[in-house]
Design a protein around this ligand. Sequence first.
Ligand code: ATP
Length: 300
Amino acid sequence: MTVTVRAAAKINLHLGVGPVRADGFHPLATVYQAVGLYDDVLVADAEEWVVTVTGEAHVALAEVPQDGSNIAIRAGRALAAHHSIDRAARIEIHKGIPVAGGLAGGSADAAATLLALDRLWSLGTTDEDLLRIAGELGSDVPFALLGGAAAGHGRGELVEPLEDHGAWWWVVVGNAVGLSTPAVYRHFDELTPAATDPVIPDSLVEALRNGDLELLAASVGNDLQEPALDLRADLRRTFADGAEAGALATLLSGSGPTVLLLCRDAAHAREIAGAMQAAGHEHCWAVPAPVAGAHVVSYD
Ligand code: ATP
């Protein structure tokens, strides 16, 4: 028997970053939204843990580990340990989410693996326990289980669903050259020696609740944007091209290098994606949001 689970990429509509903590993490106040770019994860019983990774043409598969360091295997082992069971699985990941793009593709795979193995092995793990195991695997993993829109605190792992009544469209502009998340945080510390405790803007929560596009455009923001642009001057052109193409807002995705362009509707998103491709940005996707969190798509 196999179980296949689909999990979406995330973006941060707001990413507020505070001063680095003693444990090396930064306190975050973030608003997550799940967008329509997906990885699929298939699991089946096996004698030993094994992972294989395939993907769409734009995915840098060489950067994804195919051994025990793959976060999907770490997720599987964590679930087995939680239930004190000695079982293993074969995990087949098919990636549509670009790697190291600030879209939490690895976290999506971890969340998908937790859910898939819970179903394959009929474990009946509570939502609370799944979220806790997810949070220990990585800051963005709990949100990948939830999907929709959510506030994130702590390192981002403490998630609280938010009402989101919009039917949003984004153009996601990928970048062939990845950007190291720790390097961007380090540069944030250099540029922001007096960072204060981050908060989520009320206007953003209201924009989501009311599906208010203009208010959303005015409320998005990311404290990692300036440090990332400082490290990667080429991204400034992507922002300028996005604004010229008519995006209602331009935003760095997480720690980058992916850039997000807010659009009016599906037709506008397709138009902007076309303009960006014509301007030389090869990998652009027009995607809806919010979309669902990790969910089963087939039992075979
Ligand atoms: P983060 O901000 O957590 O670095 P990201 O969205 O920028 O996330 P990911 O696509 O999650 O980037 O990949 C980050 C790194 O994690 C990769 O460079 C890769 O070495 C490692 N990794 C481990 N497992 C996976 C996986 N299943 N998919 C993608 N990357 C993985």
